[in-house]
Design a protein. Structure first.
Length: 250
């Protein structure tokens, strides 16, 4: 039976495209009211139109602590209380260590770790008892894949937060878990900073390493997120759910 979120409110960061939008749509179809964020106003407006009138769409930079604080304050002003949080927004830039500059490292960690951490802190006053937080990790945190040093390290740090924050927030009846996707067919692969032909070559190389011989879909990740956010997973705490077609397991 599909999870029900009737009468619940869910926040999805980066809910304007890819996995974030697919998850926001899945929450909406399960009866939830939505809050979504994104940096691009055009795609944010398009996503809001898809999600219907019961959505709050906020332009926000996932790597900005200030933006996170403003988001939490806005929701508090509107008397919004959250039942599910999917911290999905992230950045991926692949490069060998020789090509990684300090600014690129800082940007990766600001968006993938620092922003989510301090957003959770800012949201604490508006999280209902029983709230489920799901972090978007990555199998790169567990694989020695060349050219992913900064990205993989940031996702490893984020995954670690599921355990430490769970231990710290359980007295508030807040659970924290992680969904770690493998290769997923999303616009992210078009934003790797590579020439179009090279993106296609990289994608083909990655797909060949997946035992199922295909990329996953955003909808498959959305299903995993809703499971971790729902009552069906009430006994799952501080855990990582890997959804990668067997790539990191076989």
């Amino acid at each position: 039976m599909a999870p029900s979120f009737a009468g619940k409110v869910a926040l999805v960061t980066g809910g304007n495209s890819g996995i974030g939008l697919a998850t926001a749509l899945a929450f909406a179809n399960a009866g939830a009211r939505l809050v979504i964020t994104g940096r691009d106003q055009v795609t944010l407006d398009q996503a809001a139109a898809q999600l219907g009138k019961h959505v709050i769409a906020v332009r926000s930079d996932a790597g900005s602590v200030s933006d996170g604080n403003k988001l939490a304050a806005l929701l508090q002003q509107q008397s919004v209380k959250l039942d599910a949080v999917f911290l999905n927004a992230g950045i991926s830039r692949f490069a060998p260590i020789e090509a990684v500059e300090e600014q690129a490292w800082d940007t990766t960690f600001n968006i993938n770790v620092k922003g989510p951490y301090f957003l959770i802190k800012a949201l604490l006053p508006i999280l209902n008892s029983g709230t489920a937080i799901v972090l978007n990790g990555s199998i790169n945190a567990h694989m020695g894949m060349p050219n992913t040093t900064a990205y993989a390290a940031s996702k490893a740090a984020l995954i670690s937060l599921a355990k430490t924050l769970s231990a710290e927030l359980l007295h508030r009846s807040i659970r924290v878990n992680v969904v770690s996707p493998g290769p997923i067919r999303t616009p992210l692969y078009d934003r790797l900073g590579l020439p179009a032909g090279q993106v296609s070559e990289v994608a083909s190389h990655i797909q060949a390493q997946v035992p199922l011989k295909r990329f996953g879909t955003p909808e498959e990740i959305a299903s995993a997120v809703l499971y971790l956010a729902g009552l069906e997973s009430a006994f799952i705490v501080g855990t990582e759910l890997v959804v990668d077609g067997g790539m990191s397991q076989l």
